[in-house]
Write a new protein. Structure first.
Ligand code: ZN
Length: 228
């Protein structure tokens, strides 16, 4: 493929903002004063661990939300946050890999609190170069020639939760290749990202509710331009 992969946001570029938001959500947990030596040490510690675990900002933010829910009304000393967040991220990743329940109601139950899709199973993802146009002509190799192909810039990905996994397990190989996997997106693989690069309020590119395993309308199809 000729397309470039885009850049995965670097941890050092989002960690500061993430930590500020995370601290603000848990003001009573004994955080060191901002800009203090202890605060800088905490930052390095989180940075090293997040880097080793290849944590993405979205994973960190989901874990932060889950931590808030799990420890609502309880104190969790600031030193214990990193380990808790890493555990939550680990279990979210494990859940993504685990085989999904076949029963739709069970998948729905397990995914109700999904921080990515709220249980719908689909997550809107954006090409790194999305600029507000839902499709873009790009050079790509097709049949041994460079041709202009119409690439979708906004599509629906299968979520990492039980519902998303279940949907992904129900589609055929062709659709599995075509529809991005949120697990890949979160890991920074491929050309998709969860944040809208234009900064606009996200819109739902997914299918209407209740269509079962139907293919999303904007499902990342590479249009071969075959209109003759
Ligand atoms: Zn989900």
């Amino acid at each position: 493929m000729q397309e470039d992969k885009g850049k995965v946001p670097l941890i050092k570029d989002w960690l500061q903002g993430f930590m500020a938001d995370h601290r603000a959500s848990r003001p009573g947990d004994g955080w060191p004063e901002v800009e203090s030596v202890s605060a800088r040490r905490l930052w390095s510690d989180w940075f090293n661990h997040f880097r080793d675990a290849k944590v993405t900002e979205l994973e960190a933010r989901s874990a932060s939300k889950q931590l808030g829910e799990a420890f609502a009304g309880e104190k969790l000393w600031c030193d214990e946050h990193l380990e808790t967040l890493l555990k939550l991220i680990g279990s979210a990743r494990a859940q993504a890999m685990a085989s999904p329940p076949d029963d739709r109601a069970e998948a729905e139950r397990l995914s109700r609190d999904c921080p990515h899709c709220s249980g719908g199973g689909y997550v809107t993802v954006y090409d790194h170069k999305y600029d507000g146009h839902r499709a873009m002509l790009r050079d790509a190799m097709a049949g041994g020639q460079v041709r202009k192909l119409n690439f979708a810039m906004v599509v629906s990905a299968h979520c990492t939760c039980a519902m998303g996994r279940r949907m992904r397990s129900k589609v055929g190989d062709e659709d599995r290749k075509r529809i991005p996997d949120l697990a890949d997106v979160l890991a920074g693989r491929g050309r998709w990202q969860v944040e809208d690069p234009t900064g606009d309020v996200p819109f739902d590119a997914g299918p209407a509710q209740g269509q079962g395993g139907a293919v999303p309308a904007a499902g990342g199809r590479i249009d071969n331009g075959d209109r003759s």
